[in-house]
Structure formats: C-alpha cells, structure tokens
Design a protein around this ligand. Structure first.
Ligand code: F0G
Length: 410
C-alpha cells in the first residue's frame, strides 16, 4: 500500500493529467499512431515475440492484443546507408537514423561513455558516466521526448532507484512532473537523493520493486501519468545505443555481459546489434550473457529450465538492490536475446559481487553492486572455461558506485 497518497499538490494538477492522457488516448489513433509526425514512430511496426501478431506502433499501448505479451518495436525498414558517430552535443540523438523522431527532442548529452580496459580481452562500458550516473538516461532521452511531444504533463516510474533518478532529471528538464514509486527502505541513498533534488513526487510502496511496478502501471492505465518503465518500448530504443557505441569502438565483441533486473537492457543491447546486422554492418552477433544475483534469479531459473512462462521469485534478496526484482516484465525478450546469440544466464553470490566491486575499484573503476555482478560473472565463467581471455568481452557497468555508498563497509 502507498503510504503517501498526497503526491498531487493541488486538485487542479490532480485532474489535469487524467484529462491530458485521455486526450492522448482519444487522439492518438488518427493523429499520432503510425507515422504521425509529432512522435515520428511511423517507421516502426509492433511485433509480438510470443505469437507473432503484428500491428501498428503505439505510444501508449505496448501489449499484444492477442496474447498479452509485451510487443517489440521493430524498424520496418532499416536505412540503406547507416552511418553514425556519437557526438556529445546530440547525445543519444546522434543515432536518430535508427530511432523514433519526436517533434521535441530532450537531451542531457547522455551516452558517449568510455570503454575502459580492465584486463586482457576485457573492457568495461562505464555507464556510470551518464548525466545521472546510469544507463537509464539513454532511454529517458527518448521516452521523455515522446511524452513531451504527446503533451502529457506527468510521467511515472516504479524503480529500484536509477530509473527514478533518471526519470526525475529528464522529467524536470522537459518541464514534466515526475512521479516515482519506490519500494520502501530498499533504494540506495544516492539514488533517492537524486529523485528528491530533481523535484519528483515520491511515493513509498510496501514490498518489492514488483509491487511498486504494479501500482505504477495502474496509474498509467487509469490515465494519471505516462509510464516510463521498460514496458515502454520507446525507452528501450534509447538504450540500444549502448550497442551502437560498442560497435563504433570495437565492431563486434565476442561476449557482452549485462546485469539483469527487469530484463529490458539486455534485450535493448541485443536489439542494437541485431539491427546493425540487418543493416549489413556486422555479420555476427555477440554472445549475450545475463547476470543475476543468486537470491533474485527469475530469468536464470526460467532460462535454465527452458520454461515457457516466467518462474517468479516472490521475495528477491541481494545486496545489489538495483536488480532485486522477482518478476521481470521483459523476460521473454531477454530470453530471445540470450537464445538467438547462443548466450547464457548466470548467477553470482553477493560475496562474489562485493569482491568484484572492490577489485574493480582497486583498478580505479567504482561501480555499484549490480554493475559489479558482471565482473563477478566474468571471473566465474573464466574459471569454468565458458569465456576465454583471448576473446573480447564487454562488461556493461550500468551504474556509478557513488549511488550506493552504504554498500561500502567503512
Ligand atoms: N544495473 C543497474 C545499475 C540498474 O539500475 C538496473 C535496473 C539494471 C542493471 C538492470 O537493468 O532492469 O533493464 O534488466 N534498474 C531498474 C531501476 C530496475 O528501477 O532503476 P534491467
């Protein structure tokens, strides 16, 4: 249950978003869906990863009308001549050739993060150097731009912390009202402070991230605010730029290791590489390797057992609070990313995560525990002979270490 229901400061602002979202609903078929120039999503089709159903793209309806799975936003035609180079001034919009083209483009010059050498054959893509300190900024640039172009006033996310920090910053930047739903007592201090300073309305939810997400999606469905959680395929479009940047530096690595929480990012990165292959720029895909903490491993269990529905974890536990998630909504897409690249999902213990975090820090790279899980996984897979130091492996170091100071023993 929400403890604080007074997140709308006045009756006016309470009613206004409802009207606006309803207006979006009413108008979007004829004005904004499929090719509307406001949102610039006409170059996409929605395809269901489970039943194959195809439909026109939508800014607000992300589920398959036939089977209820989350749709994929697929570029109907890839440009023949894909040429890009990241430019700091444009941020993620450097890749606009392969992105939606909304009327308003919001940016804080996200992306352009460095690939830092960790060891022989091993590099870390340090996403902690994004404007709010995590990879979420790439997605928010696109998601918030769409929200702004649609004319909504409020955006909402449930979050383990980073999505909230990013939605708060980008929402503030665009003049939208961010509402963030956080699992009570389970969000790292640095992340919470970010949402506060950017002026978000914060609601504590008893339970886990998954409970907060249920409430946030209810607010979205009832028209109170626009959802920027990773059910929103347009946000994931921004995140695929991680793959484009890796390609610009090293073409195709052998392995890309990604921490998995709600399972959107591993899919987004896979999609970026997949598009590069469709465009004829690369001729193979990297092996996508997902990492979960032992106490919060629904994707691992689902993948290991080859299940065709998600094996949920009801009370996920790990020190890596960013990925303390038991019911990842993008699980099906993540499984697709892993399976089509001959990849795998692995688990690591909290001890392994903290040792990996300290080891990276001693090499000058300070990341939060969830991000360090990738290094822990690499070391484990190296020992088991699943990866080799003669290969090129990229760790996606998703968030900065300063976000979670309490995880460091003083
Ligand atoms: N690493 C960090 C630092 C994260 O914050 C998250 C997700 C992930 C990895 C996992 O990414 O969900 O796409 O599989 N954080 C979300 C949040 C859940 O609310 O900030 P994912």
């Amino acid at each position: 249950m929400c403890k604080n229901m007074s997140f709308f400061p006045s009756p006016h602002t309470c009613i206004l978003p409802v009207i606006l979202i309803n207006q979006v609903r009413h108008n979007h078929r004829d004005r904004w869906d499929c090719g509307g120039n406001r949102l610039g999503i006409g170059g996409y089709v929605f395809k269901c990863p489970r039943c194959g159903y195809e439909t026109e793209p939508s800014p607000i309806n992300f589920t398959c009308p036939r089977c209820g799975s989350l749709m994929e936003a697929v570029l109907a035609e890839l440009p023949r001549d894909v040429r890009f180079r990241y430019r700091r001034r444009l941020g993620v919009w450097s890749y606009v050739q392969l992105l939606p083209r909304p009327r308003v483009r919001v940016t804080l010059n996200e992306g352009g993060t460095p690939l830092i050498k960790i060891d022989r054959g091993l590099y870390g893509k340090f996403e902690g150097l994004n404007p709010t300190g995590s990879f979420k900024d790439r997605g928010m640039a696109v998601g918030v731009s769409l929200a702004k172009s649609m004319g909504v006033h409020s955006v909402v996310v449930a979050s383990t912390g980073n999505t909230a920090a990013s939605a708060s910053a980008y929402g503030a930047r665009a003049g939208l009202r961010p509402i963030v739903l956080l699992p009570n007592g389970k969000v790292a201090r640095g992340k919470l402070i970010q949402s506060i300073v950017h002026g978000a309305s914060i609601m504590d939810v008893e339970g886990y991230f998954d409970d907060a997400l249920t409430e946030a999606l209810e607010m979205f469905r009832s028209g109170k605010a626009y959802s920027l959680n990773s059910i929103n395929v347009w946000r994931l479009e921004g995140q695929k730029s991680i793959a484009y940047e890796i390609y610009e530096e090293v073409k195709v690595p052998d392995n890309v290791i990604v921490p998995v929480g709600n399972a959107g990012n591993i899919y987004a990165i896979w999609k970026g590489f997949w598009e590069l292959m469709q465009a004829g720029l690369i001729d193979r895909l990297p092996r996508m390797i997902g990492v979960q903490a032992e106490g919060a491993a629904p994707l691992y269990e689902t993948w290991r057992r080859g299940a065709d529905s998600l094996i949920e974890v009801n009370a996920p536990r790990t020190i890596a609070s960013a990925i303390r998630i038991g019911k990842p909504v993008n699980w099906l897409k993540a499984i697709k990313a892993v399976k089509t690249t001959n990849g795998l999902v692995v688990t690591v213990s909290d001890d392994e995560i903290m040792r990996a975090r300290d080891r990276l820090a001693r090499r000058g790279v300070f990341v939060e525990p969830a991000s360090a899980s990738t290094y822990a996984a690499y070391l484990k897979l190296l020992r088991e002979g699943v990866v080799d130091s003669g290969e090129l492996t990229i760790l996606v170091l998703t968030g900065h270490g300063l976000k979670d100071p309490d995880s460091v023993k003083g």
